[in-house]
Design a protein around this ligand. Structure first.
Ligand SMILES: NC(=O)c1ccc[n+]([C@@H]2O[C@H](COP(=O)([O-])OP(=O)(O)OC[C@H]3O[C@@H](n4cnc5c(N)ncnc54)[C@H](OP(=O)(O)O)[C@@H]3O)[C@@H](O)[C@H]2O)c1
Length: 342
């Protein structure tokens, strides 16, 4: 271990380039991680094009990390060299090594591979925070991760059921006890989404989003809008029953909030992180770190299906183009940083 190859974005809309960087040293409370697998997210496209959430340039993209502990910082207990982890933040997983806070790192159970783990932490958290955490983080369906199926008998609609977020949300709704879980997605994913917990799949290539409320002709206790663009906002509101709760992954127009408010409904615009993002994230993040490894080990939560891109970090540029073009369907794109050549 002598060098850290990183995929660097010099500024918004500039070409990505590989750089040799020093391997960071873990400070107090930190772990040094060798990153075995990292996943691509639509957020990387926004960050690369408009600099959203970028604190300073140059920046290293990548929010999902899976790897092993290679050094333990001062004051850290419960972690050793060789431990397998997954983790999420905005400080860059498209590199070979990174330091991360031990407190918000997930222990990886032995049944989950590094590639599977890379598909998981950010979009899984986007589901858990939006559905389980109390307001203002989420709509508060299960802030203690109770296993008592608190929503038994209720119904939910997932717009964008085959998105990475949507696949986790379907599993979380099943865990919550929802009796009806309708997913809006391409029909080719219907059988798979049913294995995750969907009770019905509406083909998005047959029913346009704005026709969904009249096609379904029923109202739901909960709507999770994993698309949050175009007609999805109005469709979400129109699909909610009295006292209903809706989660958006991106910010809706003001008129949507006004309508929900006038109808006495509950909503959350989720930020799917485990820590440091807004007040309350840290506390709920610690709960996620406690519960998620068990849910993965027991098979209650299954990672996304994935496709490994060739060329290590050099594969990211093409992967981002596919995401921008809407050419990624029902899988997560993953890279292996250690396969990168200078
Ligand atoms: N707020 C947060 O913290 C947060 C965190 C993570 C993601 N997000 C956002 O959440 C959204 C989903 O992210 P992701 O990573 O889960 O996406 P993703 O897996 O890359 O999404 C790809 C899927 O989107 C589906 N899709 C596209 N347009 C659709 C539509 N109109 N209706 C239904 N499905 C549609 C496609 O479905 P088919 O293959 O079935 O056609 C495709 O499988 C993105 O906008 C992302 O930026 C927000």
């Amino acid at each position: 271990m002598s060098t850290n190859l990183a995929l660097v974005l010099p500024a918004a809309n500039e070409p990505l380039r590989i750089e040799q960087r020093p391997i960071p040293t873990p400070g107090a409370g930190q772990l040094l991680i060798k990153i075995h697998a990292a996943a691509l997210n639509p957020l990387d496209c926004y960050m690369a094009s408009v600099g959203a959430f970028v604190e300073s340039w140059p920046h290293i993209l990548g929010e999902d990390y899976a790897g092993e502990v290679v050094e333990v910082g001062a004051g850290v207990s419960g972690w050793s060299k060789g431990d397998r982890i997954m983790y999420t933040d905005l400080k860059g997983s498209f590199q070979q090594y990174q330091v991360i806070p031990a407190e918000f790192t997930f222990k990886l159970p032995s049944n989950i591979s590094y590639d599977e783990a890379a598909t998981t932490p950010m979009t899984l958290a986007t589901g858990f925070v939006g559905l389980f955490a109390n307001s203002p983080l989420g709509v508060g369906l299960n802030p203690t991760f109770s296993r008592n199926q608190p929503q038994k008998g209720q119904s939910a609609l997932v717009i964008g059921g085959s998105t990475s977020v949507g696949q986790f949300v379907i599993q979380q709704l099943k865990f919550l006890g929802f009796t009806t879980v309708v997913a809006y997605a391409s029909a080719r994913h219907a059988e798979y989404l049913k294995t995750l917990g969907a009770t019905e799949v509406i083909d998005r290539n047959t029913v346009p989003l704005n026709n969904l409320p009249s096609t379904l002709a029923r109202q739901f206790n909960v709507v999770y809008d994993a698309v949050s663009a175009g007609d999805s906002f109005k469709t979400s509101v129109a699909s909610l029953g009295p006292g209903g709760k809706v989660v958006f992954v991106l910010t809706p127009p003001d008129e949507i909030y006004e309508k929900l408010s006038s109808e006495g409904k509950t909503w959350a615009r989720v930020y799917g992180f485990t820590h440091r993002f807004t007040p309350g994230h840290d506390e709920f993040g610690r709960l996620q770190v406690e519960h998620v490894p068990k849910l993965l080990e027991e098979g209650i939560i299954k990672p996304n299906r994935f496709e490994v891109l060739p060329g290590g970090l050099r594969g990211v540029a093409d992967g981002l183009e596919r995401l921008r073009a809407g050419k990624v369907s029902g899988v997560k794109l993953v890279v292996h940083p250690y396969e990168t050549e200078l």
